[in-house]
Design a protein around this ligand. Structure first.
Ligand SMILES: Nc1ncnc2c1ncn2[C@@H]1O[C@H](COP(=O)(O)OP(=O)(O)O)[C@@H](O)[C@H]1O
Ligand SMILES: [Mg+2]
Length: 259
């Protein structure tokens, strides 16, 4: 089935362990609630966090897509995705990390292009490395969400990442300060951080959103934002995630109207 073109969002960061994977999952849950059909592409090619966290059996991965495409065996994009629920599908990272290095990045561009015609929203989880694979993703997505924490090393790396983007004249990004990963990190004020980065910080997830039992969710393949009590218990952070989702889908409607 060919649908109208969706939008793609890459979740990227300047450092590992800042909450990209959990945020990707939470956003997928939010998009499900506003009835958008979502594909998550696990581009953390050698350590696939999403694939593990969603806890679903799968046979095909992005490696199979690339391998089939390269060998003229590709027929239908849907053959490579795994269903999470009625709204969310997953394109898993390779089962064997050695396959990751065999993926030619030109096929990543093709996969993104196919995906966007099958889903309303394509979310791409990455690792934080500026390698060829991630550069192709960053170059080809509609929007980028940089996730950062209140951490000196993270801030320093984020500052250089932003200057690279300024040099490239790329401004299709927003910055999410994630205080929910480690609620004890609060050395810098918001004012300091904006000053260091010379940039707006567009969204903040609060330290109240730190979940002691997060591993239970991960082990059971659960998405936090889809848990029934979530919108009430974490109303503020839920609203933040909703506004990220809203900003994206609003943009897509505006752009479609322009066409
Ligand atoms: N809201 C949260 N509450 C508690 N722990 C969190 C939360 N978000 C992320 N974490 C934990 O922080 C760590 C890093 O998160 P992860 O999403 O894997 O980061 P990344 O994908 O950027 O490497 C993980 O152990 C994860 O369980
Ligand atoms: Mg991750």
């Amino acid at each position: 089935m060919i649908r109208k073109k969706g939008k793609s969002l890459c979740i990227f960061s300047a450092k590992g362990g800042v909450g990209k994977t959990i945020t990707t999952l939470n956003l997928a849950g939010i998009f499900e609630q506003i009835e958008k059909k979502v594909l998550i592409i696990d581009m953390d090619l050698s350590s696939g966090g999403i694939t593990c966290a969603l806890n679903r059996p799968f046979t095909s991965t992005i490696y199979n897509f690339v391998d089939d495409y390269n060998n003229n065996r590709y027929k239908d994009f849907q053959n490579y995705v795994t269903k999470y629920d009625d709204w969310i599908d997953l394109l898993p990272s390779p089962k064997d990390p050695r396959q990751a290095s065999k993926i030619d990045s030109k096929y990543i561009e093709i996969a993104l292009d196919k995906a966007i015609y099958h889903y309303d929203i394509v979310l791409i989880d990455t690792n934080h490395i500026l390698n060829e694979h991630n550069l192709v993703v960053l170059d080809n997505v509609d929007d980028i969400l940089f996730v950062m924490t209140n951490d000196p090393l993270d801030l320093k790396n984020m500052k250089s990442l932003l200057s690279i983007f300024r040099d490239l004249e790329k401004d299709n990004y927003k910055i999410l300060l994630n205080n929910s990963c480690n609620p004890y990190k609060k050395y810098f004020s918001l004012f300091d951080m904006k000053n260091i980065l010379k940039s707006e910080i567009h969204y903040t997830l609060s330290s109240e959103f730190f979940l002691k039992n997060i591993d239970n969710y991960v082990m059971n393949g659960k998405i936090i934002t889809l848990e029934p009590k979530m919108p009430n218990v974490f109303a503020k952070d839920y609203a933040t995630l909703m506004s990220i989702a809203g900003d994206m889908s609003l943009e897509s409607e505006e752009e479609n109207e322009e066409k």
